[in-house]
Each structure stands twice: as structure tokens, then as C-alpha cells.
Design a protein around this ligand. Sequence first.
Ligand code: NDP
Length: 338
Amino acid sequence: MNQQMQKQITLKQRPVGMPKMDDFDFIDTPIGTTSAGEVLIRTAYISVDPYLRGRMQDTKSYIAPFELNKVITSGVIGQVVDSKSESFSKGDVVLGNLGWQEYSVVNEKEIKKIDKNLAPVTANLSIIGMTGLTAYFGLLDIAKPKSGETVVVSGAAGAVGSTVGQIAKIKGTRVIGIAGTDEKCQYLLNELGFDEAINYKKEDVPTALAKACPEGIDIYFDNVGGTISDAVFPLLNKFARIPVCGAISSYNDVEVDMGPRVQTALIKTSALMKGFTLGDYSDRIGEGYSALATWLNEGKLKYEETIVEGFDHVIDAFLDLFKGANLGKQLVKVSDID
Ligand code: NDP
């Protein structure tokens, strides 16, 4: 029996405001052994995501809260090191919603094999993975961009936002990105082909948006909520569409954030504002994946990943999301893939 030990991260207590190291525990625990239909996976990359903050609260949502003193889970890429499954062999690279731990024993139904030849494996957690798919469905299914329209995206230099802007460009729109540093704005303009970029930490967002959108806003892809989004509503055009993807600016709020009410702006413009999660599109993942993979291989989509090294830094990497330290998808590298 394998009694080798590994580290895992559990939720010790529910964070109040910005999470702290004390809210988590690093536990030494046995690696475990496989039974029929199971595989042992060595964790290679862990995805840290803003939505995980919501799962740390005990509130009703589209996904169950994390349980206290249980291992935290998210998107993980790993390599099979032992298999009692007929579908997986030692050496296979796999993707699943797995624990923040160095090794996982999982049933074969919980993971899928990654095609190593299609793209670098980490792309399965970014551009052709959860964040790319979120951008794809939120923009194309809800906002339905038309050539010549004006699209504004917040959180524009992050994993979802940077993909949204590029797909919007593929669809022939004019794209304005909002991000938190000059370097990120330069990246949007020079690398991704955005038409305008606004540094919300330096510029007055209502003034900058009005200047960047002289013909108003047809689509606002909302990743952040808060005062950045408040600035969009007065500029909406007739029949504007607003996919509400995320509200990271409020995830650590202790009190309910009371912004301007949006009803009047929506009525005046007949605008559509719709919340969504990627789970709404679970039966169309194949479509999104192949569209993103095609654009990627045609050179029409670019992506960045900010990869923090070492299992001990998973929490730091998660907290970095709220400081804007990441460009593109934030990942943690735990081990090499052979
Ligand atoms: P990102 O890669 O965009 O990382 C988060 C970014 O948010 C940071 O880099 C930072 O960039 C920005 N940010 C942090 N705090 C604030 C703030 N107070 N105000 C404005 N911007 C802030 O993360 P993702 O691309 O993974 O996620 C983007 C959004 O989409 C999140 O809100 C997330 O919850 C949501 N999401 C929703 C999904 C769904 O199914 N609906 C699926 C995946 C993500 P900067 O330097 O610009 O401030």
C-alpha cells in the first residue's frame, strides 16, 4: 500500500473580506491508492479563479459552497502515474475539477484526456478551456455582435476579457478594453488589436469611455461590476446587450454594494442585461472548443498565462487575482509533465 505523503489545501474558515492565509490550512495527508476504475494523478497545473471566492461563502449560488476542512477544488491538469482504468494509461495528461493537492485518486469518469498535440497543455485551462469558453458563449450567444458595433469589455486583460475582445474583433466590431495598468492597456492595443484601452486606475472612466465611444456602446461584456460598470449605462445604445459574466470588484465586499439602479437605462434603450455561467452551455462545449481551437491554430487568437511556480504559492496566486497581478490566465505550476 502506498503510504507516501502529500500536501493539500483545505478551507479552514470562511473568509471575511479579502481572504487571508489563516483562512486556509496546508495539510499533510497520504497520497492514497487506486481501486478498479480509478487513476492516480500527479498535479501539474492548478487553475485559480475569481469565482472560487464565492464558493468560500456559505451562500446559495449556482454551485455548492466549499465545505470547511475539506480540500478546495478547481480546474487541474495532471499526469496519470498509476491506473486501474481501461480508459487511461500511465503518462496520459488529463483535465478535471480536482483538489488543491499534489496527487489525486479519482474515478475515470471525473477526468478527460488532453490532446497534447493541439496546443500547449495549459491552454486547456485558459484559451480553449473554461475561460475561453466563457468568453465565447457569453459574447456570441448573449451579445451576438454585429460588424461595426462598439463593444466595451471590463477586466479586459484577464483570461476571459482578453478572449472576449479578440472574438469581438474577429466579428468586425470596434473594441474598447478597460484594465488596471498601463502595461495591460499597451498589451490590449499592441498585441491583441483592441481599438482603445482605458486604465481605470488612472483615468476618469466616465470621461474616458465617452471619449472612446463617440457612437455609444452596443455591447458591454461585464467582468467586474461596480463603478466601472456604472459608467457604461449612460452610454448604452438602443438594443444594447450586456452579458453579465462576473463582478470581481464586489467579491470581497463585506456589505452589499449599492450602486446606481440600472432599470431606467435599460428601459430607455430596450437593452438586454443577462447573467450567465458557462454551465448554461454544458451541451455546447464541443462547439465552443472547436471554434476556439480553430481560431487559435489560425493565429486569430492569442493568449497569455501568468504561471506562478510551486504548490506552496497556490493561495498567493489566488489572492493575486484581486490585486490584478495577472496578465491573462492565472495558473500555478506544481510539477513538470513528462
Ligand atoms: P481574470 O484573469 O480577469 O483576473 C481577474 C482580474 O480582475 C485581475 O487581473 C484584475 O485586473 C481584475 N480586477 C481585480 N479586482 C478588480 C476590481 N476591484 N475592479 C476591477 N477589476 C478588478 O479572471 P477571469 O478572466 O478568470 O474572470 C473574469 C471575470 O469573469 C470574473 O469576475 C470571474 O468571476 C468571471 N467568470 C465568470 C464565469 C461564468 O461562467 N460566468 C466563468 C469564468 C470567470 P486589473 O489589473 O484590470 O484590475
